[in-house]
Write a protein of this length. Sequence first.
Length: 178
Amino acid sequence: MALKPTIYKFSIDLSDIDEGRYESLNLTVAQHPSETIERMMVRLLAYCLNVSEGLDFTTGLSNTEEPDLLQSSLDGITLKWIEVGEPSAERVRKASTIAKEVKVYSFNTKSNVWWSQAQGEIENCGAHVYQFQWEQICELAKLTKRTLSLSVTITGMTAFVAAESGSVEVSWVQLTNA
């Protein structure tokens, strides 16, 4: 018998100072049985950083042909292909032929090794690559509950995330100049 995903419900008050975007989001996120809480929370954060019409969570780990987040236009054109983790350069190259914009959010302890090995090929694809700090992602994961209200304020390369049980500052660096 296959394991089922764990369902999380998030109510998010999003304030993106740089973009002048202020929204209330109600999101349902399925955590794949093999997915860590940290990875799921990076997917949620990537959604907040890219929120726009047509952006959706995909089946992700359940379907290796899909990214973690995908934004399509009304006429079916793939606008954004967003990966979480450390995808192969080949996968990023393929995504860059499908989507107008490709973003990768790297976050774990092997990010630096992955980037040193894949940097040349990925930079040639024109993808935007960002790296979160692993320790901050671990702190973010500690806030997680099955039903959770969050306040997310984004400014510069930092997100301030607050929940009833605490808050965390998550920062990132851009690894590419794409």
